[in-house]
Design a protein around this ligand. Structure first.
Ligand SMILES: Cc1cc2nc3c(=O)[nH]c(=O)nc-3n(C[C@H](O)[C@H](O)[C@H](O)COP(=O)(O)OP(=O)(O)OC[C@H]3O[C@@H](n4cnc5c(N)ncnc54)[C@H](O)[C@@H]3O)c2cc1C
Length: 508
């Protein structure tokens, strides 16, 4: 439908309002699209309503500078659920995953570097440059993490066993009891398979601050900071129509078009959905307060840079033109010690953009030749920390914005001399830009903080983790719901399963 009608606004409006849709999805981020695909596969007629001119949300690719295609927000694909890839046959539809030669590269100002990858022996000799003890410990640390990931897999692919709301038949209650028993039994089986020692270690990793865990495992500053850098990572619809009986009746577009459906899924953030799209008087006070006071803080500024040559790191000499393994890895800049990360963070607590930002640099064109002109490259900089409202200036001021961009480029120059002069152009997205452009409340990259108090049965708020909302017929399907942010597709998939279940029940 999108393809057929996009070029012609009049026919798009006619198509949208000409029928009652089985389901509408507000927002064409990857979760909205995944939810729509599962619903369509389940036989429902579905329309996706996106406010931007392109779909993809925070996983979009846009050609902002001719010849340079930027993945403007998200920059690494490692989380997409295997279940989604398999069930939606994404590979058959063209999905191709590009594997880097190395995974992580941390250059140091003293001329050393740490390059980690897929080869255990090579990792050992790399870490040994900094600490022999850490080199021996590292495989055990990796093993422990992958053991715990297995438990998480089960939780990610399941809707949380949330309490049911509203009038329920005996049959509903019985089925719910059965489903919850199965869920908790499977959960228990996974947990018990660990044994007591692993269970305590798992709790330790889950609950302890990153610094405490890393200090326990490792002694080398560079390795700790490299591992820590991964752990610190932040047609417009105007209203959802509610019928007299308090149930969803569809969506009102800004041009006044009414699009009808009894099932609406929102891919927008919980804050945007409930504070912006739903009339306040249909929501319980305690629910509204919980949504309003959820944590949407963020300190991320993304800079997408077009350069005319590959960065040359002085600690890792390679040919000017050739892609080295380190160019395909995530490059950690300004990340040589935990103190460096700590002081970057402290600046933001004081209301200032970090004087020496912590950066993750990726060069996707080192693996994909189709996204930049020959010999030129796309460089993605995920930079931290930048307060939403800095106390020493404003992100609206072009000079202030530019000075932050230049600060990041100068810091890279310290490791890769000449980087600044290779810049052809760039796109800078501060927290307010991420909010304005992509609808990310507060600029939060995950649709809301992912602390332990906002996960699983508490996401988005306690009592409403099952994708259903206090408005009958309205569901959440984006990163603000379980299991959270990242290009995972799990919220979209899980939400679609819940909607299909309710749709079948209603059609009976
Ligand atoms: C800078 C940055 C870097 C990131 N890096 C990574 C990474 O490397 N790896 C990773 O896995 N994750 C990363 N993430 C997180 C990840 O990109 C997001 O968690 C994920 O893409 C969110 O997907 P979503 O479908 O839930 O929501 P979104 O992608 O936010 O989609 C929501 C959609 O709803 C639309 N919308 C909102 N309001 C309305 C409305 N009123 N009407 C119509 N449409 C509306 C928006 O325009 C948007 O298209 C990053 C995020 C950011 C911002």
């Amino acid at each position: 439908m999108w393809r057929r009608s996009f070029s012609n606004g009049v026919s798009l409006t006619r198509t949208l309002k000409g029928k009652k849709w089985d389901a509408l999805v507000i927002g064409g981020g990857h979760n909205g699209l995944i939810a729509a695909a599962y619903l369509a596969r389940g036989g429902l007629s579905v329309a996706v309503l996106e406010r931007r001119h392109v779909i993809g949300g925070a996983a979009v690719t846009e050609e902002l500078i001719p010849g340079f295609k930027f993945s403007r927000c998200s920059y690494l694909q490692s989380l997409l659920r295997p279940s989604v890839i398999r069930e939606l046959e994404l590979k058959k539809h063209g999905l191709k995953l590009l594997k880097p030669i190395a995974t992580s590269f941390t250059p140091c100002l003293d001329g050393l570097y740490l390059l980690l990858g897929f080869d255990d022996q090579q990792n050992n000799s790399e870490i040994s440059k900094f600490s022999k003890r850490d080199a021996d410990t590292y495989p055990r640390y990796e093993n422990e993490l992958s053991k715990f990931c297995k438990i998480m897999d089960f939780l990610l692919d399941s809707p949380p066993p949330e309490a049911l709301h509203g009038d329920l038949s005996f049959h509903d209650l019985l089925r719910d009891k059965m489903q919850k028993s199965v869920f908790w039994a499977r959960c228990l089986r996974h947990v018990l398979s660990l044994g007591q020692k692993d269970l305590v270690d798992f709790m330790d990793i889950l609950l302890s601050p990153t610094t405490k865990i890393l200090n326990k495992w490792f002694e080398s500053d560079v390795l700790k900071a490299t591992v820590a850098a991964d752990a610190i990572t932040g047609s417009m619809v105007s209203q959802i129509m509610i019928g007299d009986s308090g149930e969803v009746d569809g969506v009102l577009l800004v041009d006044g078009t009414r699009v009808h459906s009894s099932f609406v899924l929102s891919n927008a953030t919980p804050y945007k959905t409930f504070m912006g799209l739903v009339p306040r008087d249909v929501l319980p006070d305690d629910f509204l307060r919980a949504i309003k006071y959820s944590d949407y803080h963020s300190g991320v500024t993304k800079i997408n840079v077009a350069v005319d040559k590959l960065p040359q790191f002085h600690c890792f000499k390679s040919s000017q033109l050739e892609v080295g393994p380190h160019h395909t890895a995530t490059v950690h800049i300004g990340c040589e010690s935990m103190e460096e990360i700590g002081s970057a963070c402290q600046d933001a607590w004081n209301g200032l953009p970090s004087r020496r930002p912590v950066m993750e640099m990726t060069i996707p064109s080192s693996l994909d030749k189709t996204i930049s002109p020959p010999g030129k490259h796309v460089v993605s900089l995920f930079t931290q920390y930048t307060p939403y409202k800095p106390s020493d200036g404003s992100w609206e001021d072009p000079t202030y914005r530019e000075s932050y961009g230049q600060k990041c480029f100068s810091l890279i120059d310290e490791y890769a001399p000449g980087f600044s002069s290779s810049v052809i152009g760039y796109d800078l997205l501060t927290p307010p830009d991420l909010e304005r452009e992509f609808g990310l409340t507060g600029g939060n990259i995950f649709h809301g903080a992912m602390g332990l108090d906002s996960l699983f049965l508490m996401r988005p708020v306690k009592g409403w983790s099952g994708y259903r909302t206090p408005v009958r017929g309205l569901y959440l399907c984006g990163s603000g719901s379980h299991p959270g942010g990242g290009v995972m597709g799990a919220p979209g998939r899980n939400a679609a399963h819940v909607v299909l279940q309710d749709f079948k029940k209603q059609s009976r």
